[in-house]
Design a protein around this ligand. Structure first.
Ligand SMILES: [Zn+2]
Ligand SMILES: [Zn+2]
Length: 304
């Protein structure tokens, strides 16, 4: 006979069950989360429950030149504490530097060359990255990878630039951020060659099959989950159901790939919450869990 039987059902609940019920409340109507946001705004500080990291956003592009402070504010008010900025090519270096200098505790720049920017002058671009790396610390290398969707003229050079950037990530011991389009298997094959080297990073904007996800996980890389997850018929939801949270990080890829319900408009980091909510929904866990686990994963990758 348990003494608990004589108590009211509420008092007899062990702490864990009580916590589960709270989480259920939060999951079912967002009341708990709204309350926490209210406390955050009121006390002007973040509780440990509400921290999200945008592991991939291009907040230094022209799309944000008029309202970047408001964009960072909106995201910060939702608990987004860090913004990782992948490079595209050297034409963006200056605006990236300016943004990082303005928000040194929030915005972290990478050095790299996007596969779609691999053109005739790719040697010049690579030299620029190498020079940048001698100047100061960068949080990662990328985004690099293979993109066979837009233009196949420079496929050979895309491979070459990818391998050079892998070597740089290893040399400087920073994560590698991978972009792939119509070339996921090809990119996985390249990464597999570096098995055991200590290479780490993210397959950003993952949209592949369960088999491809498992191949990536085997390499030790993480899956960057963004707005595509919120699109109808994306098929990604079914894949994510079978992938452990320990392999996922959140990203917006702002200003691109805007999640539903803002699809078609400019993307921004505060929309990260729609992606986190969608993951919570798909995996039937609380939003808090999604935020905590993905933030922990991001910290593990970037080590900051
Ligand atoms: Zn990309
Ligand atoms: Zn990107």
């Amino acid at each position: 006979m348990s003494r608990g039987r004589n108590l009211s059902p509420f008092l007899s609940l062990p702490y864990e069950n009580f916590y589960k019920n709270i989480k259920y409340l939060e999951h079912s109507n967002n009341l708990f989360n709204t309350l926490l946001i209210g406390i955050n705004i009121f006390t002007k500080k973040k509780t440990q429950f509400l921290i999200m990291i945008d592991t991939h956003c291009h907040l230094y592009t022209n799309e944000f030149e008029n309202d970047i402070d408001a964009v960072i504010d909106r995201a910060s008010n939702l608990g987004i504490t860090k913004f990782y900025l992948p490079a595209i090519d050297k034409s963006f270096t200056k605006s990236m530097d300016i943004l990082e200098a303005k928000y040194p505790d929030k915005c972290f720049a990478m050095a790299g060359l996007h596969p779609c920017s691999v053109k005739e002058n790719y040697n010049e671009e690579i030299e620029h990255i190498k020079w940048q790396l001698t100047q100061r610390r960068f949080c990662g290398i990328g985004e690099t990878g293979l993109d066979f969707y837009w233009d196949k003229t420079f496929i050979k050079q895309q491979y070459e630039c990818l391998e050079i950037q892998i070597e740089l990530a290893l040399e400087y011991n920073v994560p590698l951020i991978l972009h792939t389009r119509n070339a996921l298997n090809e990119t996985i094959e390249v990464i597999k060659k570096f098995d055991g080297s200590g290479l780490r990073g993210i397959f950003h904007c993952f949209g592949g099959s369960l088999e491809q996800a498992n191949e990536i996980i085997k390499t030790g890389f993480f899956l960057g989950i963004g707005g595509v997850l919120t699109y109808k018929n994306a098929g990604l939801a079914g894949v994510l159901k079978q992938i452990a949270m320990e392999h996922l990080v959140l990203e917006t890829d702002a200003p691109y790939l805007t999640p539903t319900p803002f699809r078609g408009k400019r993307n921004e980091s505060s929309y990260l919450k729609y992606i986190a909510e969608k993951i919570a929904d798909i995996k039937n866990i609380s939003l808090i869990e999604v935020e905590q686990i993905t933030s922990k994963n991001a910290e593990k990758i970037f080590g900051l």
